[in-house]
Design a binder for this molecule. Structure first.
Ligand code: GLN
Length: 210
């Protein structure tokens, strides 16, 4: 750019475009998230290292298998980078296994989470006989989501329990929180990236524009 001291810094090949949302692409359904973001006109970039994650404009932690994710993250600095993204206020969307990672406490089996979302996550809490189920959610926060029922895909979902005072519950299934927000972190136990309804993806994207 002319007249700017030092000019525009060159971007190293392979790094995130400054406006793209990073989708953690270690494992799980990260491609579906990238498509869901593209569908609402937001560029996404797959991130696999702490550095890539920190250079994105926001972060999606997709569903998958949280025990595998912990193993893949070990010694990479990714956990610390996620904490930094949350701390600096960038929008974060965590779904299913992603929400488990962020939790304060995890059960089944018990272990600490990253402590970035003040909830207890009980893994695989809805039984194994039905691995995947679509639920029409009607208990919704109308300001955030409007009043139309939200079709939610649950895949071996965790149950969120004991939300702390800083946690807003935006949707419930049979009384259980299934979509929660704590500051810049939005977490769903279902998969908003699957299916037609883009309300949760748009809520996440809008948080980045505030
Ligand atoms: N059951 C998985 C876990 O405990 C989460 C499932 C999902 O992300 N769809 O990590």
């Amino acid at each position: 750019m002319t007249g700017r001291p030092g000019g525009t810094p060159a971007r190293a090949p392979g790094t995130a475009s400054p406006r793209a949302i990073g989708v953690l692409a270690l494992q799980g359904d990260f491609e579906a998230h990238a498509r869901a973001l593209a569908a609402v006109g937001v560029p996404a970039v797959e991130v696999r290292t702490a550095g890539q994650l920190l250079s994105a404009a926001g972060l999606v932690l997709p569903g998958g298998e949280s025990t595998t994710l912990w193993k893949l993250m070990e010694g990479t600095g990714i956990a610390e980078a996620i904490a930094e993204v949350v701390r600096r206020g960038d929008p974060v969307l965590a779904t299913c296994a992603g929400a488990i990672l962020l939790s304060r406490r995890i059960l089944n089996p018990e272990r600490p989470g990253l402590g970035l979302l003040d909830v207890t996550a009980v893994r695989n809490a809805y039984g194994r006989q039905l691995d995947s189920t679509v639920v029409r959610l009607t208990d919704l926060d109308r300001t955030a989501l409007g009043s139309d029922p939200l079709e939610a895909v649950f895949i071996r979902a965790p149950r969120l329990e004991a939300p702390g005072p800083g946690v807003e519950v935006l949707a419930r299934r049979d009384g259980d929180p299934v979509l929660v927000r704590q500051g810049n972190v939005l977490a769903a136990t279902f998969h908003p990236e699957l299916g037609e309804d883009s309300r949760v993806t748009r809520l996440f994207v809008a948080a980045g524009r505030r």
